[in-house]
Design a protein around this ligand. Structure first.
Ligand code: T1G
Length: 700
């Protein structure tokens, strides 16, 4: 047996123990070790066999890093057959998260026991895959087809208690798992319990209502955003009902092979690892000391401040919300209650949970009350002078070592830090609206930010459920800086001949959650309008703002006024193209002497996405972002870039940087140097046949 797996027998109960940190992934040596152990168990005097894991979790799945390499024997199906065909009962003892291939191993055992804190699940769909080792065949045989479809297409874990109610777990173990599993195994043997092989369960096709699979396929494809795995999962479940299991297993393997070689899965696996890489700060050892965070404070109880406060409360961290007046504080608390109310309505939280979380949020108008906070996050509106005043006050008020963070979207974090006598404690924590929903957190490193403050911010970000990416200081950091070109080109395309619907639907077919024009209506056109008013726009190219300015000045602020670029159905909020706006666009184009023309979907995609890539390359060469994969993480988790396309930089690698570069040069010829100056890094990689992925590897 490989050192990753050990086997021993005690009191006639065999124990196969897997030890492959960090998550006991089913690497080749683990598969081989389990196979040899179960084969040995057939020949010894054991009367039952327990399959357990050391470390923090039961097997958390196949080893995702192996998918890009040639398969190695033994394959997982062979290991599962050996478990399932064992002549003596095999019991999976589950703790942590039995996921993917890990849960499929457990389903091939005859019984499953688990501690109450454990979870089971089949999250392969989140990697653009499907359970390729019998999960789509065994799960419906015990959970039923509908529940199995929900579990596999959502990819969400099922807590042990619920899994027990569903029959996925046979026994919940109190106390020590292995001791409990031994007792359970002994009881099974003494009671002559049968070898329960899930594969022997037959699904009665009459239990499936007519049209179930057609509706399921329509439903999953409607929200797939370019992902193909959900559709194939429906096909596997159809096979579970209509084919004998061995043929259905073959069908599952065939569809798995299609997915594992698909560009969509390659993109999603890229994001899986990119998300984890982004949390690592180059040059900062993993064991960099971190500051204890047990009390947070938020300055400003508006939409953002309230959402940020909820993030801490959701993670069980007490948080004080500071506002300028009781009325403002009351408004802030109302926003929080309303947000929680929505979550309860959606069935995602119970009233009891909300009560417990609200109990962690207190309010004050007195700075003295936040003096003992370990982290303070300022979330007032985007005015640099106001932020500087607040940080000067925090400097006077907060205890030494408190982390002082600003939620600014654009402002200079170094200028804010300079308003204090402790710039080493100051950094940016840029949340995305709504802060209690959007997972991205840009952590902005100031010139003088201390390493331990930075390491603490990255860790606390993960603790409150965020995906963190490190940014240096520049206008707009990573995401918003890149967004400028994306929004500008969308506006210019409108003047040059596109309708709002054409731009939006093209990018939504590409996989964006919402097109850029509709995004403007959602955010509120008056927001940008006011920012331009306060900033002043002399010298700016007026064309990208011409239409939105006209809309705002005619009272069309977007969804909030029922009309912007589109009109909105007051009931469904569905957008409705508006000929009045299209006439307005034509008028503006005429003013600028722009001859309108037919514009292809390809041009819309390139004109909007290549500025993301180009600005991303500039951000990399300036050292603002650590990796191209970090930029991908920012766009997938902060701007709903389709995960099945892997992020703007991964997508550009797939298109080919030479082609992207040459297209940018063509746009430069057509539209001038200002907006289309290629990044040096892009030029260099394009001319050398390189890629952003290789650049990341070279910089590692
Ligand atoms: N393979 C390889 N490495 C993995 C891995 C995996 N399955 N899961 C995690 N890691 C690495 C991860 O990259 C990180 O590495 C470290 O472990 C800690 O992970 C046949 C085909 C289990 C909930 O999708 O959801 O089975 O950065 O930071 O927050 O049908 O990891 O330290 O170098 O995420 O405590 C299905 C994926 C695979 C589960 C733990 N399984 N993993 O979360 O730690 S496909 C999954 C997770 C499959 C079968 C199919 C989480 C976790 P490093 P972490 P965590």
């Amino acid at each position: 047996m490989s050192q990753a797996v050990s086997y021993s027998v005690q009191d006639k109960i065999g124990v196969i123990s897997v030890n492959n940190p960090p998550v006991n992934a089913l690497a080749q040596r683990v598969r081989e070790g389990i196979l040899k152990s179960i084969q040995a168990a057939q020949r010894d005097d054991s009367e039952a066999v327990i399959l357990a894991c050391e470390g923090r979790t039961f097997i958390a799945g196949a080893d995702i890093t192996e998918f890009n390499k040639p398969p190695k024997e033994p394959g997982l199906p062979e290991v599962l057959s050996a478990l399932e065909n064992s002549s003596k009962p095999v019991i999976a003892a589950i703790h942590g998260t039995a996921l993917g291939g890990g849960f499929e191993v457990a389903l091939a055992c005859h019984y499953r026991c688990a501690v109450a804190s454990a979870k089971v699940g089949l999250p392969e769909v989140k990697l653009g895959l499907l359970p390729g080792a019998g999960g789509t065949q065994r799960l419906p045989r015990i959970a039923g087809v509908k529940a199995a479809l929900d579990i596999i297409t959502s990819g969400n874990p099922v807590p042990a208690g619920k899994a027990h109610d569903m029959g996925l777990v046979n026994e919940i173990i109190e106390g020590d798992l292995l001791e409990g599993a031994r007792r359970y195994a002994r009881d099974l043997v003494d009671s002559g319990a049968p070898l329960k092989r899930i594969r022997d369960v037959v699904i009665d096709p009459d239990t499936i209502e007519p049209g179930f699979f057609e509706q399921a396929r329509k439903r999953v494809n409607a929200r797939a955003r370019g992902q193909i795995a959900p559709d194939r999962i429906v096909s596997c479940l159809e096979a579970a009902v209509s084919l004998p299991i061995d043929q259905a297993l073959e069908r599952e393997r065939e569809l798995f092979r299609e997915l594992v070689t698909s560009p969509e899965s390659a993109a999603m696996r890229h994001i899986f690892f990119a998300e984890r890489q982004a949390a690592k700060i180059k040059g900062l050892p993993r064991e960099t000391s971190q500051r204890d965070i047990s009390q947070a404070a938020i300055i400003g109880g508006g939409t953002m401040g309230g959402g940020i406060a909820m993030c801490f409360a959701n993670a069980g961290i007490p948080v004080i919300l500071l506002e300028v007046s009781d009325e403002a504080l009351d408004r802030g608390m109302k926003i929080i209650r309303k947000n929680y109310g929505i979550t309860v309505k959606r069935g995602k939280l119970g009233e009891e949970d909300v009560k417990q979380r609200m109990g962690l949020i207190t309010g004050t108008t007195d700075y003295a009350d936040i003096a003992h906070a370990d982290i303070v996050i300022e979330a007032v509106f985007e005015n640099l002078e106001l932020k500087k005043e607040i940080f000067a006050k925090l400097d006077q008020t907060c205890k030494p070592g408190a982390i002082l963070a600003t939620n600014t979207s654009y402002q200079d974090v170094d200028a804010i830090a300079a308003a204090t006598g402790r710039p080493e404690d100051v950094l940016g924590t840029h949340f995305f609206s709504p802060a209690n929903v959007m997972r991205l957190l840009e952590v902005v490193r100031g010139e003088k930010t201390a390493d331990d403050a930075l390491a603490t911010a990255m860790r606390i970000g993960k603790r409150i459920g965020k995906v963190c990416a490190l940014s240096g200081v520049c206008y707009g950091f990573i995401g918003n800086r890149m967004l400028t070109g994306y929004g500008r080109e969308a506006q210019l395309l409108l003047l040059e001949g596109c309708t709002p619907q054409q731009v939006d639907s093209t990018l939504e077919q590409f996989g964006m959650a919402m097109g850029p024009v509709a995004m403007g209506d959602l955010a509120g056109l008056d927001v940008g309008y006011k920012a331009r008013q306060s900033r002043g726009t002399t010298g700016d190219d007026p064309r990208p703002y011409a239409i939105s300015t006209r809309l705002v000045e005619s009272g069309r602020h977007g969804q909030k006024t029922g009309a912007g670029y589109y009109r909105y159905d007051s009931e469904t909020r569905r957008r409705i193209p508006d000929p009045e706006v299209e006439a307005m666009i034509r008028e503006e184009a005429e003013k600028f002497g722009i001859a309108r023309r037919e514009i292809s979907a390809q041009e819309i995609i390139a004109r909007c996405l290549y500025p993301l890539v180009n600005e991303g390359a500039k951000i990399l060469e300036e050292g603002i972002a650590q990796r191209a994969s970090d930029v991908d993480v920012v766009y997938v988790f902060g701007y709903a870039f389709p995960v099945a396309k892997g992020g703007p930089m991964f997508y550009a690698d797939r298109v080919g940087l030479k082609r992207v570069y040459e297209q940018i040069l063509e746009f430069q010829r057509q539209h001038g140097e200002t907006n289309w100056r290629p990044a040096n890094l892009l030029k260099e990689l394009a001319e050398s046949g390189g890629s952003f992925a290789e650049w990341d590897r070279r910089q590692a």
